[in-house]
Design a protein around this ligand. Sequence first.
Ligand code: CP3
Length: 343
Amino acid sequence: MTDTKPILEVLSGKRQPVPPVWFMRQAGRYLPEYRALRERAGSFLKLCFTPELAAEITLQPIRRFGFDAAILFSDILVVPHALGRHVTFEAGEGPRLEPLDDISKLTALRTQPDESVLAPVYDAIRLVKRDLPTGVALLGFCGAPWTVATYMIAGRGTPDQAPARIFAYAQPDAFAALIDILVEVSSRYLVEQIRAGAEAVQIFDTWAGVLPPREFQRWCVEPVARMVEHVRREIPDAKIIGFPRGAGALLPAYVGDISVNAVSIDRAAEPAFVRKHVQSRVAVQGNLDPLVLLAGGNALDRAIDDVLANFAAGPFIFNLGHGILPETPIAHVEQTLRRIRRS
Ligand code: CP3
C-alpha cells in the first residue's frame, strides 16, 4: 500500500474530503511537554541544534493531537545565526541579534553560512522521518529574505519594522546585497532540508504586510520568486507553501509571480477575493484567528465553520492565520480538530 499523505495531495492541487490540518507554531509553549524540555535544556537554540531534542519536540503535537503535518522544530533566525549574526532568545523577550545598522557591518557579512551550524537541523529531519506516523507529512521551513532581514537590521522584533524599511529606502543597493545573500543561503537551506527528508517547505514572510506595493514587489515577491526557482532547479517537484502575512490586496501579485503550491493566508484575508485570485490557481492554507482559538466556546465553533465554508470546497489546508499563542488551552485545539474531522 502506498502511504498517501493528505497534505501532499492538497499541495498537488487535489482537494481532500476532510481538509488536512496543522498549526503554525504547533510545537511550543502552550504544550506542557515542550515547557518541560525547554526548562531542562536551558536555551531555545540548544533545543534547535540538538537533533534528538528538536525531533522530539517536532513530534510532541503529532502524538498529542494527530495533526496531518509535523513542522520541523527550529526557527527562521538560525540562518542569520549561521551567517555569524549570533542570535539569543531571552525568555519573554523575543530574539536579540547585534543590529546590522551600518554599511560597514553589512559589507563584512559572510556570504556563506557556517555549515556546521545548520547540520544538526538536517539530522533532526532524518530523526523525525524515522518516527513519523503513516499519513503525516514533514514540513521544513525558512524565513523569507525580507522578514529575516528585518530582524538582522533591527537586531530584534519591532512593531512595524521601521529600521529595515528606512534602511531599504536610504541604502537600496546595500539592502539588495543583503537580500541577495539571504536568497542564496535560504534556497540552499531549503534544498538541503528536502534532501534530508522534508516533504514540503514553507517560506514565512511574516512582515510582508508592512510594505507599500512597489517595495512589496521588490523585497518580497522578487526574492521569494528567485528562491522558488532555485529550489525547483534542483528539485523540480519540490512542494512549497508561501506565507506573505498581511499581503491583502497584493496576494494576486504574489501568486502571479511565484510558483508556490499553496499560499498561507492570515486572518484578515477576504474570502471571496482569496477564492477568486488565489484558490483558482493554487491551494490555500489558513486562516483561523489565533485569538478565537484562544477564546474557545461557541465563537470558536462558528469561526471554524466559517473557515471551512469559505475555503473547503477547493484545495485547502486548515491552519491558523498566524502562530498559536502560548496561552491557548489544549482543549481548544482538541475541539478544533474534532470539529474539522466531525469526530
Ligand atoms: O511552527 C512550529 O511549531 C515550528 C517552529 C517555529 C518556531 N519559530 C519556534 C519558536 C517556527 C516555524 C518559527 C518561525 C518564526 N520564528 C517566525 C515566522 C512565523 C511567525 O510566527 O511569524 C518568526 C518571525 C520567528 C522569529 C521568532 N522566534 C520570534 C519573533 C520569537 C519570539 C516570539 C515568541 O513567539 O516567543 C521566536 C521564538 C520562538 N520560535 C519560540 C518558538 C517555540 C519560543 C521560544 C521559547 O521557548 O522561549
